[in-house]
Design a protein around this ligand. Structure first.
Ligand SMILES: [Zn+2]
Length: 328
């Protein structure tokens, strides 16, 4: 998906293919590491890109960024040439402890995150999940266990640190990767009490029962074996929205940075969009569901195909024709 700006430059949406500028909705995206990036400053800082990359803060008067509520600095993009198009990127309407909630943007054409676009996925409020994490963690510690959590290094880990600080009065030990991202959160005023593995403070904390947060993929049978040998009694847990539906080897909390089914429906209804294009995860189900309710809805690939077949490429449009045109 891409946009042609009024000056003829091509803006790639989450992709750098043939684009002059790449819009990156949030710091989980891993599409482009070179050239000109259009994103929030927080996203740019979290991506920690090399010197070959520069951030553009404003690219066209008709292109606007809005909060997406997913992680620090996540945005939705709105663009218009008399026909308003919104691409939400990963999006959450619920409020998080370390991220603001998404804004519902009125539009004609809505490209929406449907990762959890199925009735199996309705998420509890942050307070309910925090309470469950707090009670489980304190119980494990009180019964003589150390606790190791697996969480995505950006977003989920910071949310978890915040919960452990505020609800459990615990300062967790964190992996170096997570520490780097925490520094960016702190730069934007989000206080996170933690110590980094390998430091004197961490060694001190780990003499007693401790909570250690590692990247999600490091909670696995190999690390389980190593940490259990090292620290004897260890309880493992992960945080992921998929825990609403699937069983895991480890205790799993359904802490999600995405909207659940009802939130997606709410966005669709309140946006007033005439066309809804479903992206990611449960896009196929969500698109079918929306069609059954009378919406004009498509899966992203279907939409792209339809656009290619039905519309001439607008890149060749004369300058007078459009301020911005959209290509998929
Ligand atoms: Zn994401």
């Amino acid at each position: 998906m891409r946009i042609i700006l009024s000056d003829g430059r091509v803006l790639g949406i989450e992709t750098s293919k043939d684009a002059d500028i790449v819009y990156i909705s949030h710091a989980h995206s891993d599409h482009s590491r070179k050239g000109n990036i259009f994103s929030s400053q927080q996203t740019f800082d979290l991506l920690n890109l090399d010197g070959k990359t520069s951030i553009l803060h404003k690219i066209d008067k008709d292109v606007i960024l809005h909060p997406a509520g997913h992680i620090l600095g996540s945005t939705q993009i709105e663009f218009t040439n008399g026909h308003t198009v919104v691409y939400t990127g990963d999006m959450k309407l619920r409020e998080g402890f370390t991220s603001e909630r998404a804004k519902i943007v009125k539009c004609d054409e809505l490209h929406i995150d449907c990762t959890f676009g199925h009735p199996d996925f309705e998420f509890d409020s942050k307070e309910i999940i925090a309470d469950r994490i707090d009670r489980w963690t304190r119980t494990r510690l009180m019964t003589g266990n150390n606790v190791v959590f697996g969480a995505y290094s950006v977003g989920k880990a910071q949310e978890l640190i915040y919960i452990l600080n505020k609800y459990s009065n615990i300062t967790p030990v964190v992996d170096q990767n997570i520490e780097e991202k925490c520094k960016v959160y702190e730069k934007y005023g989000i206080r996170l009490d933690r110590v980094v593995i390998g430091s004197k403070e961490a060694a001190e904390i780990m003499k007693d029962k401790f909570v250690y947060i590692v990247p999600f993929n490091l909670v696995n049978p190999q690390s389980e074996k190593w940490l259990t040998t090292q620290y004897k009694q260890v309880s493992f847990a992960i945080v992921t929205g998929w825990a609403k539906k699937y069983r895991y080897r480890y205790h799993a909390f359904p802490l999600s940075d995405h909207s659940g089914f009802s939130e997606i429906l709410k966005y669709v209804e309140e946006s007033g969009a005439k066309e809804i294009i479903c992206h990611y995860g449960n896009a196929v189900f969500m698109s079918k569901y929306l069609r059954s309710k009378g919406y004009n809805s498509f899966v992203d690939k279907e939409w792209e195909y339809r656009k290619r077949c039905n519309e001439p490429l607008r890149k060749s449009s004369t300058k007078e024709q459009l301020m911005i045109s959209i290509q998929t």
